[in-house]
Design a protein around this ligand. Sequence first.
Ligand SMILES: [Ca+2]
Length: 541
Amino acid sequence: MSKSTVALSAVVTLAAATAPALNCSVASIAAFLPTNATVFYAEHYDKGANFTPPISLNYGLTSIPTGVSAYEVPVAGCVAQANITLPNNTQHSVGMVLPDDWNGRFMAVGNGEFSGSIGWSSILNTMWYGFASFSTDTGHEGNNGSFGYHNEAALTNWGWRAMHNAVVNGKAVTEGYYNQEISYSYYRGCSAGGKQGFKEVQMFPDDFDGVIAGAPAWWMTHQQLWNVLTAIWNLPETADYHVTDDQMSAVAAEVLRQCDPQDGVEDNILQNPLGCVLNLQTLSCSNTTNATTCLTPPQIRTVEKLFSPWIEANDTFVFPGYTLGTEMGAPTIDADFVTYIQYMLQIGGDWTWEDWNADLVQLSDRLNPGNATADDFDISPYYKKGGKLLQYHGYSDPSIATASSIYLRNRIEETLAPQGIPLDDFYRFFLIPGMEHCTSTPSDQGAPWYMNGDSQAGSLEGTVFGVPGYNDSTHDLILAMVDWVENDKAPDFLIPTRYNNDTPADGVAIQRPICPYPSLAKYNGSGDVTLPENWYCGTLY
Ligand SMILES: [Ca+2]
């Protein structure tokens, strides 16, 4: 960094004055839950032991391609799972990890996509720091929207109720188990989990002191439709406007070729894709001889639509388009996303993409299934109680349009500014050039992305906790938030890392600061572009 040296501020460990005798048992956990809760197991694990969630209680995990995995327990502690009753004869399942060497802090984590499984890997990841960590399956098992058909209670559980309930009960278990008050409470989530974080900030500002919300799927009512519509724009496959994966790969390569130098540094990383002027005509079949990847005029218009906002009648802005540098491939129908229209919008399983009608936007807005959309932009109560909120989004996100995060941030600013609330004091938003959805980077960009945000550790080789080699508040999102909340050290910049071969043992390939929006990292003009000290947080003009 050009102006300030990277200060590694130690995170204070809040240890109990006298260590209480911890009792990891079904009875001891049940004692701090509502009487109608069911604790299935509570077992103590040594550091490094393997925990495998029982399949019978974690059926939702099987919808993840990897199936039910064994997870390494990073520090000695108690692992438990309980079902807790929710209104209208519904319930949700909550996973909990309680380290012996507790740091005094509480952590809840979010889910992905349609949720439907406990985030075991995430709570074990945060357990490593010493947090008592909790995750809910949000009240259903399995990662699609079919659970919501004619089931308003289940939709509400998914939309917000299960998470808040997990926080309330998780705090009770934590304080009971340790016989000590929680010092600070935190949240970490990405994707659906980013949305859950914003929902908590909006509805229950007292739940957390610090919320880390990545790539938030906050505009559920519109984004779910956009996920399907972008595929419909490319159908049927026999249409003259249909583009193939090979053609989209050529588009990605051309975007990189044209946009990389436009940010001033030819390093294969799109530092400012929103500032790129792209000329797609270079890929036109009349301008290139590559018959398999060149684009006809109708195909060029399909690509243009993908990178443009979705606008409906009467100039209604519905959802932003993809950011340049997002290698989304040729859009295809994802059956899981179709279940939003079929079952969450209560239309039924016979609906197919050929039934698409723009009236779905009004239907989705009217139903707002589960009240899941996090669009209460007045988060002043969270500011007034002293909460901190860190939002981040990869610039190359093929799942949730990056610009939807910018839109959210700007709506919040224009809601809070008239109230005289200085945004930077409690809410900062970081765009991450070259990062995909929550984690990883396109191979042709190779941008730094790892900060131990939610789900990131799973993208590295081996079982990884923290940020190997860089366990400090500049490189680690969780430590950054702890430092902000507890030491009032706001993150003026963060430094994500990319390891060689995504393997920490192979060393660091590149690090570069990311900056609070609207500032961005700029190159000093000399020195190795892969080193963070040769960049600074600046402005475009
Ligand atoms: Ca560049």
